[in-house]
Design a protein around this ligand. Structure first.
Ligand code: SAH
Length: 241
């Protein structure tokens, strides 16, 4: 199985993600995520690995499954949104073992978790874009940002900033300003539904890069219809309330 465990808070895991551990003998994943599901584990063997070892981790899972183990690979949020599901399928193919049964268990992705704390900013068409250029050329990311801006999509930005990559979000802001008002509402959510206090900020396209943004943050940038209603960020669909 490859299990999307949601944003972190056990209350926001699906029933399937909560029960699946009893069906496996081995659990694999990134240390931080293993720690989030530790309360559900009993006697399973744990193979925790560090960041940026995704392919290695998936190859190890394929080897274990080939040897007859039942393995759960942990992924945060949704397993198929910048998660482990795709890499695992590629590694199964690489090993010629697409015959091994695989269950992909979905989870609440960061965009949904962040949106829920802001109100309802994703009520209309939206685009999810990761600013991580480790695997995707920066030119491609910029093209997608520009076309999403032109198409008036609400944007949910993942991986907005890391220590080695602080300028990207500023460049994204400048592109959006070519298409949208500086007063466009922006929501910044850090550690949404992680089981402790999340930080939620509503700001504007003009101002938002002044706020603290890091790799535990999702940024939601409104479209031309997005409004602040009381404490909420809402993208009306046009029901005419
Ligand atoms: N598979 C994950 C995404 C992994 S990419 C999912 O579906 O949610 C990692 C990025 O997701 C982070 O840089 C951040 O932008 C976002 N993210 C993940 N968990 C988050 C949370 N609890 N709160 C806010 N953003 C989060």
């Amino acid at each position: 199985m490859v299990v999307g465990i949601g944003p972190g808070d056990p209350q926001h895991m699906t029933e399937r993600a909560r029960e699946v551990w009893a069906e496996v003998d081995t659990v694999a994943g990134y240390k931080t995520y293993i720690n989030l599901i530790r309360p559900f584990l009993t006697s399973q063997t744990i193979t925790a690995t560090g960041m940026r070892q995704e392919v290695e981790r998936c190859r190890a899972v394929v080897r274990l499954a080939s040897a007859g183990h039942k393995v759960a690979l942990v992924s945060s949020g949704d397993a198929g949104v910048y998660g482990m599901a795709g890499i695992l399928i590629e590694c199964l193919a690489e090993a010629g073992r697409l015959d091994i049964p695989l269950e992909v268990i979905p989870g609440v992705t960061a965009a949904n978790a962040a949106a829920s704390l802001l109100g309802a900013p994703l009520m209309h068409d939206f685009a999810v874009i990761s600013l991580s250029d480790l695997l995707t050329p920066w030119e491609t990311i910029l093209k997608r940002v520009r076309l999403a801006a032109e198409g008036d999509f609400v944007l949910a930005i993942y991986n907005p900033k890391s220590t080695g990559r602080t300028e990207h979000i500023e460049i994204v802001r400048q592109i959006l300003l070519e298409y949208r008002s500086p007063q466009t509402p922006v929501g910044i959510v850090r550690e949404a539904l992680r089981g402790h206090e999340s930080s939620v900020r509503v700001t504007t396209l003009a101002e938002f890069t002044k706020a603290e943004i890091d790799m535990l943050t999702t940024v939601i940038i409104g479209n031309s219809h997005t409004r602040v209603i009381g404490p909420y960020l809402v993208t009306p669909r046009g029901y005419g309330v």
